[in-house]
Ligand binder design. Structure first.
Ligand code: 5GP
Length: 173
């Protein structure tokens, strides 16, 4: 269909290498990668290998349940990562797409509130948070720092195009 943007496994793999090179060439390297689950898991894993960043964490955020079904606001779901571990670190938040941008904004806000507080209660070192996405849509309320491609179409990602596996012998499956 030409009303869809289709990302293949091959272009995903090549694209993540390209995005890692863009990050490297920007002169900024993360101490830690945070994947926005589930959509950000595969790009975050690919980027962490390509960047050589071994520390990786995930935050589970749910928003869309289907193409037509949207929760009013994205919500962080359990299990929760201990975001205080991000204090004073350079953090790269990775997601598949910034569409409305609400999911990315939620995670960036959550991660960036962790500064290092000195004895006199002064914030001395703030976590530096940057974000990377495969796709950015024009309506996004946040501008990710690193973007591979831009589109306003609905995107088919290789990991979520097919429905979950089911028993072919099951009646009515
Ligand atoms: P947001 O609107 O908060 O930026 O997007 C939240 C999530 O919805 C994304 O991380 C992604 O998982 C899903 N999503 C948004 N737009 C698309 C799309 O075009 N295709 C697919 N497959 N998922 C999308």
């Amino acid at each position: 269909e030409n009303d869809r943007e289709v990302l293949t496994w091959q272009s995903f793999g090549d694209g993540m290498r390209t995005l890692a090179e863009t990050i490297y060439e920007s002169g900024w390297m993360p101490d830690l990668v945070v994947a926005v689950a589930r959509g950000g898991l595969l790009p975050a894993g690919a980027l962490s290998y390509a960047l050589g960043t071994k520390s990786i964490g995930t935050l589970n955020v749910e928003f869309y349940t289907d193409i037509a079904e949207t929760l009013p606001e994205p919500v962080v779901l359990p299990p929760l990562m201990d975001t205080s571990a991000l204090r004073g670190k350079k953090v790269l938040v990775v997601d598949d797409v910034a569409d409305s941008g609400k999911t990315l904004k939620l995670v960036i806000d959550l991660v960036s509130k962790h500064g290092v507080v000195s004895a006199d209660e002064e914030v001395v070192e703030v976590s530096e948070v940057r974000s990377a996405v495969i796709y950015e849509k024009s309506r996004s309320i946040v501008k990710p720092d690193y973007v591979l491609k831009r589109t306003d179409k609905w995107i088919n990602f290789p990991w979520s195009t097919l429905p979950p596996v089911s028993d072919p012998n099951k009646v009515g499956a």
